[in-house]
Design a protein around this ligand. Structure first.
Ligand SMILES: CC(C)(COP(=O)(O)OP(=O)(O)OC[C@H]1O[C@@H](n2cnc3c(N)ncnc32)[C@H](O)[C@@H]1OP(=O)(O)O)[C@@H](O)C(=O)NCCC(=O)NCCS
Length: 136
């Protein structure tokens, strides 16, 4: 198992994983999100590969101070064995290397299953209300 940046050649495996993990939404094409993250100088998508097969991802980026994580996903048969934790550690290390001092992420309110996972990794409610508006 090794964790490294995915490339555009991994597009199909990445989007399949994200769809299976329930992370995609019809109004947010995953291919666009992937290419944007790979094209940017302050973002990437890290992939966990077992025998050349993609089994996990995390998208990570920063604004110089805060880092953000999106699309954390572990393939169903690989869950519960520490890979989610390893991917988050890889994202944290990626941010530390670039000088970011804080990592935050958004969890959909409907995704109650994942709350315990972030608790175990030491993440806590930041007591911040996130507001959003679509610009397209
Ligand atoms: C969330 C997810 C990435 C976790 O991956 P994973 O590989 O199963 O997690 P790990 O095995 O690394 O678990 C790390 C720790 O969290 C705990 N944990 C994992 N999932 C948990 C859950 N749903 N509830 C409570 N604890 C959980 C584990 O027991 C483990 O605890 P420990 O090592 O301290 O004993 C995976 O379930 C997933 O892909 N979910 C669907 C996509 C998703 O919701 N992503 C997050 C969007 S915000």
């Amino acid at each position: 198992m090794h964790i490294t940046d995915v490339t555009p050649a991994d597009l199909e495996a990445v989007t399949t994983l994200w769809e299976e993990a329930g992370l995609t939404r019809p109004w947010n094409p995953p291919a666009t999100d992937l290419h944007r993250a790979l094209d940017g100088s302050t973002s990437t998508v890290l992939g966990a590969f077992r025998d050349g097969r993609l089994v996990g991802t995390v998208m990570v980026g920063h604004d110089g101070h805060r880092g953000w994580v999106y699309y954390l996903a572990v393939a169903v048969p690989e869950r519960g064995m520490g890979l989610g934790r390893r991917l988050m550690q890889a994202a944290e290390a990626w941010l530390v290397e670039r000088g970011a001092v804080k990592l935050q992420l958004m969890v959909r309110e409907s995704n109650t299953a994942v709350t315990g996972f972030y608790d175990r990794l030491g993440y806590a409610d930041a007591h911040v209300r996130v507001v959003a508006k679509r610009l397209d």
